[in-house]
Ligand binder design. Structure first.
Ligand code: CP
Length: 325
């Protein structure tokens, strides 16, 4: 177990060692057990977390707010539209000033080409740790909860096959941060990672290269496939969700026209039956029900999406307790 995480930023799991991530998992499991048993765990008494949102959220806001309160501290929800950012507050003002008020600054800014730069700018100016609640490139707290769920459901991830697949959705061009963070972390835990997507839905080349390097170093594998059903065959973990063709276009109309070519990429019972008999189905939510995935799968025996959503709470509490205490 590592004990040297106080003050660290969580912007991407790639900047944390494998041992440190193992510690997050261990602490998260312990906090989950403590909550189940009603054992108080106020490790952050009198600490305050700023939670700045530039984009909507259900799970991230709810789990960070509840988690901070359960740790004995206070979450301060800040809608970016109510700040003076549009009147001149740059990342320097936010990082330097909020770093003096708060014990941690959590930010969600998913704007393509801007979100990660914004969070990095705040982190550079802040004396308090900065936690990425999702940017355009990474969603580290989602993926920590995903790893915790995989360990709970499937045991040691090493040698297990995970299908990280694109799926069709009509609601909006979803960020690529979830599949990118997932291929980065799953390859560090020795999983056999299949990235499955139509040709227009590529991920960032440097992220894909890092995933390949991780797989080589940690004795897993990484392959890219373009056949949805072949990608499902025999897999232990089906993680199929939509994202926008952002490397081709960030224009909503152009992106929708490309996306609409692949309406048949829906996770349904026939396709889930192609995976391993005891395969689990994962999705970070929100999902476009009966468009991206059928209700029969989302609410069916393979689905672990509600346990996965719960684990956001425990994994984030572990990160907050380790970085902000
Ligand atoms: N999975 C996730 O980040 O959910 P929210 O967008 O509701 O926070």
């Amino acid at each position: 177990m590592q004990t040297n995480m106080r003050g660290m930023d969580m912007i991407t799991t790639q900047e944390w060692t494998k041992d440190q991530i193992d510690t997050i998992m261990e602490v998260a499991m312990d906090l989950k057990k403590k909550r189940a048993l009603g054992i108080p765990h106020a490790y952050l008494r009198d600490k305050v977390l700023a939670m700045m949102f530039f984009f909507s959220s259900t799970r991230t806001r709810g789990s960070f707010e509840a988690g901070m309160a359960q740790l004995g501290g206070h979450p301060a929800f800040i809608d970016s539209r109510t700040t003076q950012i549009k009147h001149g507050d740059t990342t320097k003002e936010i990082g330097d000033i909020f770093g003096r008020y708060f014990d941690g600054i959590a930010i969600r800014e998913v704007t393509w080409g801007q979100g990660n730069k914004y969070i990095r700018g705040v982190a550079e100016a802040s004396r308090a740790p900065v936690l990425n609640m999702q940017c355009d490139i990474y969603h580290p707290h989602q993926i920590l909860a995903d790893l915790m769920t995989i360990i709970e459901k499937k045991g040691d991830p090493r040698g297990k096959t995970i299908t990280v697949s694109w799926a069709y959705a009509s609601s909006y061009l979803k960020p690529i941060s979830v599949p990118q963070s997932l291929i980065l972390l799953a390859t560090r835990f020795g999983m056999n990672v299949r990235l499955v997507r139509p040709p227009e839905f590529k991920l960032m080349p440097d992220i894909v290269q890092q995933a390949r390097d991780n797989a080589r170093k940690h004795h897993g594998s990484f392959e890219i496939m373009e056949d949805f059903e072949a990608g499902m065959a025999g897999s232990d973990v089906i993680y199929a969700k939509s994202w926008g063709p952002l490397l081709v276009t960030a224009d909503p109309e152009e992106g929708k026209a490309i996306t609409d070519k692949y309406k048949d990429w829906i996770t349904d019972e026939r396709r889930i039956a192609m995976a391993a008999e005891d395969a689990i189905y994962m999705h970070p939510l929100p999902a476009d029900r009966d468009i991206e995935v059928t209700s029969a799968v989302l609410d069916g025996p393979h689905s672990v999406v509600f346990d996965q959503a719960e684990n956001r709470l425990h994994a984030q509490k572990a990160v907050m307790a380790l970085t902000m205490s």
